[in-house]
Write a protein that binds this ligand. Structure first.
Ligand code: GN1
Ligand code: MG
Length: 386
């Protein structure tokens, strides 16, 4: 969507609709995410960021009230859970929505755009490339806890704000339509990628079959678990999972697969030099250990099988999505240069090739870790009962 940019005074005006206690000194752009526009709000008193202001992309999120409803329901649930945990801090471990002065969770402006405000989480970092197994373990634990705390939340209460978001059959349909339409005449530039996608299309529906055959439970999932959405504190401890726009009913594998896609990759998701893309298996093992420490007890066997499949599915699906956007003329994701979506797709497909080569090892790590975590829980419960 192209529109006249918002200037500083527009942004300050928008921010002043929210219950921000301090007077606002400045609102500055923060380059993150491929979808929404994000700004930090600084106050006059200390000039430090105090809030995050976001314009929600309503071309993609067509029902913003439903999206905000989901976020409120989920954050309220998580905060209530953490209140009961000694030493936990619901204010900094879960995102906090700042309401508008008339008590709405979003502001609709005169130009037809939707805005929301979160409190800013100080002293945190977001990693595009993970470096240490400790960071990976912490990230895995944070995701496992997030899902665990939502196991008693009825997924039926949430709106499906982007229907079939991680359904590979739908993503392939969208891709095939883009390919047939070829609106911007790019099909002839991607013959290699087309062959790559087609060769794997049947295999990638394995997860959809498993969901049906093993009746995998529909749970509450985050659905956008790129590792950089798991904020760490200065000591590399997980602080808070952010970007809750796609919190919806989903399958646990979707969160696991998307986190692994970003974490196991030695480069950023859009690396141009494909020879640099490699797997960091120790990070994968550490993340899996953290995740299963929190979740092995309640995951079904079918769900553990699905975790393995998700490791291949997510780079594939993400590559297909980037390629589709390239074929459609770059209308969905923000891009920084011409051909960015194609570069992203190529990087995802290269990552997938590496993962396919190591798939047996990946499966072994998941099953061994799950069994190990279950043994540990059993030992702990025996000791607890003794
Ligand atoms: C988008 O919001 P952001 O930029 O983190 C996308 C995700 C993709 C991701 C790829 C609503 O996420 O699904 O995995 O880009 N979000 C939506 O980096 O499509
Ligand atoms: Mg997002």
């Amino acid at each position: 969507m192209i529109f006249k940019p918002y200037n500083q005074s527009d942004l300050i005006n928008i921010a002043s609709n929210f219950e921000i206690k301090e007077s606002i000194a400045a609102v500055g752009g923060l380059g993150m995410g491929h979808i929404n526009d994000t700004y930090v709000v600084k106050s006059t008193s200390d000039g430090q960021p105090g809030y995050l202001l976001q314009r929600i992309n309503h071309t993609i999120f067509k029902d913003v009230p439903a999206l905000m409803d989901n976020i409120l329901l989920v954050t309220n649930h998580l905060k209530a859970k953490l209140k009961a945990v000694p030493g936990a801090d619901p204010d900094t471990e879960v995102l906090t929505i700042v309401k508008t002065r008339d008590q709405f969770s979003y502001h609709y402006d005169s130009r037809g755009n939707y805005w929301r405000v979160y409190t800013y989480l100080k002293n945190t970092k977001s990693l595009d490339v993970v470096v240490s197994p400790e960071q990976a373990y912490e990230g895995g634990k944070a995701l496992g806890k997030f899902q665990s705390m939502l196991t008693d939340f009825d997924a039926g209460r949430l709106h499906e704000t982007i229907p079939c978001f991680h359904n590979i059959a739908l993503r392939l349909d969208q891709y095939n339509t883009a390919l047939q339409n070829d609106h911007v005449a790019r099909r002839q530039l991607v013959a290699g990628e087309i062959a790559f996608v087609n060769e794997r299309a049947d295999r990638m529906s394995a997860i959809l079959n498993l969901i049906k055959e093993e009746h995998l439970p529909l749970r509450v999932t985050h659905n956008d678990t790129k590792f950089n959405n798991i904020l760490l504190n200065e000591d590399d401890h997980a602080q808070c999972i952010v970007d809750l726009d796609t919190v919806m009913p989903g399958y646990v594998a979707y969160d696991f697969g998307d986190a692994i896609r970003t974490l196991i990759n030695t480069t950023a998701e859009d690396e141009r030099d494909l020879s640099k893309i490699d797997l960091n298996l120790p990070l994968f093992e550490a993340f899996t250990n953290g995740y299963l420490t929190e979740s092995a007890e309640w995951l079904t066997e079918g769900e553990i099988k699905s975790l393995c499949l998700s490791v291949l599915l997510f780079p594939y699906m993400q590559g297909v999505r980037f390629l589709t956007d390239y074929l459609q003329g770059d209308t969905y994701y923000k891009t920084q240069f011409p051909g960015h979506n194609l570069q992203r797709a190529r990087a995802q497909f290269q990552l997938l090739k590496k993962l396919e080569d190591q798939y047996e090892t990946i499966e072994d790590i998941i099953w061994e870790t799950a069994n190990h975590c279950l043994d540990m829980k059993y030992e702990q419960s025996k000791q607890g009962n003794a």
